[in-house]
Design a protein around this ligand. Sequence first.
Ligand SMILES: *Cc1c(COP(=O)(O)O)cnc(C)c1O
Length: 446
Amino acid sequence: MESGPKLAQVRKVVTQIPGPKSEALVKRRGEAVSAGLGMAVPVVVERAGGGVIIDVDGNSIIDMGAGIAVVSVGNSATRVVKRVIEQVEAFTHTCFMVAPYEGYIEVSEALNRLTPGSHKKKSALFTSGAEALENAVKIARKFTNRQAVVVFEHGYHGRTNLTMGMTAKNIPYKDGFGPFAPEIYRMPMAYPFRWPGGADACAKDALDTVIHKIEKEIGAKNVACIVIEPIQGEGGFIVPPKGFLPGLVKFSKDNGIVFIADEVQTGFARTGDMFGCDDEGIVPDLITTAKGIAGGLPLAGVTGRAEIMDSVHAGGLGGTYGGSPIACAAALGAIETIEEENLVDRAREQGKIISSALQEMKKKYPIIGDVRGRGAMQALEFVKPGTMEPNTEAQSSIIKYCLQKGVLLLSAGTYGNVIRLLPPLVMPDDLLKEALSILDEAIAKA
Ligand SMILES: *Cc1c(COP(=O)(O)O)cnc(C)c1O
């Protein structure tokens, strides 16, 4: 049976979606699996590779989500599979804090090399994005001997207790799960489309507003870190106006605050740069990575200034599985794929195709309020025509229509009215264009 990149890169719908085998398995899922886990599409996967997912009924579905920006190098990418098999045969686990191995060191070296800034950097590896964020905050607090954590409206940082507190949106992430950790302060986000007074006012005022609030409500000298996604992911691909991020970096520097870029979703070529921070040339003190780092295996990292990373006592960081040798092998395969196949350029090319298609759609359909994003990370925000009112009905009917036609799309946004496009970067152009034309058809129907 063929798998991985050998799968035919075509859309093929052979049953209703979901088909009978998916339906039967989804029923079993309902009996066996906690109701607390959501399900974007009721389609059960059998194989996946490149830009397609093959379901158990034999449908070949165009994957416009990449498992939430994880399989940017494609599912079961050749170099990832090869290195993982070699590693599994050599050894599966020792625990890096018990007996170290080269893969962890090599991934750390790669992160230190690829992340923004030419200063001396060090890294620590973990298993999930949330765990990377937790550790970045631990490190920043230890280094500064301060407590306050500044985060932003519409931000998403994970589902553990600290990161739930840092995440903005109540339902589904936080509702009923409190109490949350103290000393977390949420600032207004520079969200041009919804800034009171409009996008121009946002570019002019957002930074001043945030700095004023930090100074008056927290006190800059109490702030350990400012944590922000360069483009907000779950919050709806909100791109702050030029100058906002550099302004926050400067304010952090002037006030001894650790600036943390959460690049869990934007990292590893997704935005058409290796990292989202590269667009405006900002250099974070710490950067968190996960999702696109390892071609689908669970791995996350915190990378940053050596003096900050080394401020923690031995034993203060770690975890049984953090930087598992298998996940590290996968990461080395994924990073090699990104570099050798020029996936940064590829994300830019995909970005051009996507944004020109989305801009055309915006001209035709008044339910599209905003088109935004960068590289292979772009989104549509739906509104009731002529208003700013979120149009969640249109969003969900478009996603349903596309799935029927064999195109998997992901939702996003605080108001549940955003469709985000995150294709695997190895998806062929014709498949990407086909997915976009089905999206156009779906919006016309909505
Ligand atoms: C997904 C995500 C996280 C959490 O990562 P997990 O691996 O799901 O814990 C944190 N920050 C951002 C920006 C994310 O997109």
